[in-house]
Design a protein around this ligand. Structure first.
Ligand SMILES: Nc1nc2c(ncn2[C@@H]2O[C@H](COP(=O)(O)OP(=O)(O)OP(=O)(O)O)[C@@H](O)[C@H]2O)c(=O)[nH]1
Length: 349
């Protein structure tokens, strides 16, 4: 039932999430300019024009990529190109300058662990360690080179361990801050973010629907069987809705025994079919999971998004449809009629 990937953030994107990325990339740009520009000039001056050219190519590719991500909001060449050029630069530096250049390898492997996805970081750092070891060998005694390689391996291993722990913590915090603790469904805060994003997509012409789901006579379940059994019913409903919905459908707990299911990029008719199936499957599943409880049913209000509608009113329309389903005797789905909703709203105003 885990649909974490739909929160919009992949866990293995390097240490820095979307919120801090802007700051981190700006910092990297400034540091790289301050570090690499003098190195480029120096290498041209001392006649190492091949190394200077690679350093220049690295710096330019980094500037292009950071500009794309920060200004254009998309990748232009991807981070692989600057990374590839950086590897060539550092191996070439050690090949030319020997021991003196080996000091640069340490901050570079550390930065790669921090900034690049795990598998890529391990692969690239392995290449750097092997290649710089080979390049350093002709410049210094074998024992010194072996110590250099060992120190590099320890440095990357420690950084990798620390970063693993931080990523795990980051994942746990992200889970806790987006989920309802009882059911694991997404919380209201996450719902507001997702609904706003869905409203934006409606503007772009994609159909999106929401279903507000409420357990019928849930108070009676609590009163007759106790709060713990009530909790079990709520958790089972979430499990069953998740199992019977698509991977792209997101379930949020509005509070108590009420939930909201978001059908992204789905026309009303299709959403209605899915909702009907969910309603039937939840009743069947609950009878199996909680056999001591008299048949538990669901009432559902379904609403398709309309252009330029505030998401608050979109939810209100689904809520009103739910209210109509309750009024009509429960255990059924009602679909929101926007014209009727806004006509009544105007009358009330
Ligand atoms: N076990 C349990 N009960 C809860 C939780 N949150 C809210 N409730 C109870 O859920 C019940 C919700 O009842 P209502 O939705 O008002 O009414 P209902 O009995 O479901 O009747 P209708 O919705 O009109 O069909 C209340 O008795 C709340 O105390 C929870 O986390 N666990």
């Amino acid at each position: 039932m885990d649909k974490l990937r739909f929160t919009g953030k992949a866990l293995d994107e390097g240490l820095f999430d979307l919120y801090s990325r802007k700051r981190v990339l700006s910092f990297i740009l400034v540091v790289s300019l301050l570090t690499f520009l003098p190195l480029i000039i120096k290498n041209y001056l001392v006649g190492e024009s091949l190394l200077a050219s690679f350093l220049l190519a690295f710096e330019l590719s980094l500037i292009i990529e950071i500009y794309g991500v920060l200004r254009l909001k998309h990748k232009i060449i991807g981070y692989q190109s600057p990374l590839f050029l950086l590897v060539i630069c550092i191996v070439l530096s050690v090949h030319i300058f020997g021991t003196l250049a080996t000091y640069w390898v340490f901050p570079i492997v550390t930065a790669i662990v921090l900034l690049v996805p795990k598998r890529m970081a391990i692969g690239v750092n392995s290449v750097i360690i092997i290649a710089t070891t080979i390049a350093a060998l002709p410049h210094q005694p074998v024992m010194v080179t072996l110590r250099f390689s060992l120190a590099l391996m320890i440095c990357t291993a420690i950084t990798q361990c620390v970063i693993e722990a931080v990523r795990k913590l980051q994942g746990n915090l992200s889970y806790l801050s987006t989920r309802d603790s009882l059911t694991g469904a997404f919380n209201r805060h996450q719902m507001e973010i997702s609904l706003q994003a869905a409203s934006q997509r409606t503007l772009a012409g994609a159909g999106t629907c929401i279903a507000v789901i409420d357990i019928d006579y849930f108070k009676a379940v609590n009163d007759q069987h106790g709060h713990d059994v009530g909790d079990k019913v709520i958790k089972s409903v979430v499990e069953l809705v998740n199992v019977n919905s698509r991977q792209t459908d997101l379930l949020f707990r509005l509070g108590g025994d009420e939930f909201l299911l978001l059908f992204d990029n789905t026309q009303l008719e299709h959403a209605l079919n899915i909702t009907q199936n969910i309603r039937q499957q939840v009743v069947i599943g609950l009878a199996e999971k909680c056999p001591n409880i008299q048949s538990v049913t669901l009432s559902i209000g379904l609403a398709e998004s309309i252009e330029n509608e505030d998401s608050e009113y979109w939810v209100k329309r689904a809520d009103t449809a739910l209210y109509m389903a309750k009024q009509a005797g429960r255990d059924q789905i009602k679909v929101s009629d926007p014209a009727e909703f806004y006509a009544n709203k105007v009358v009330r105003l």
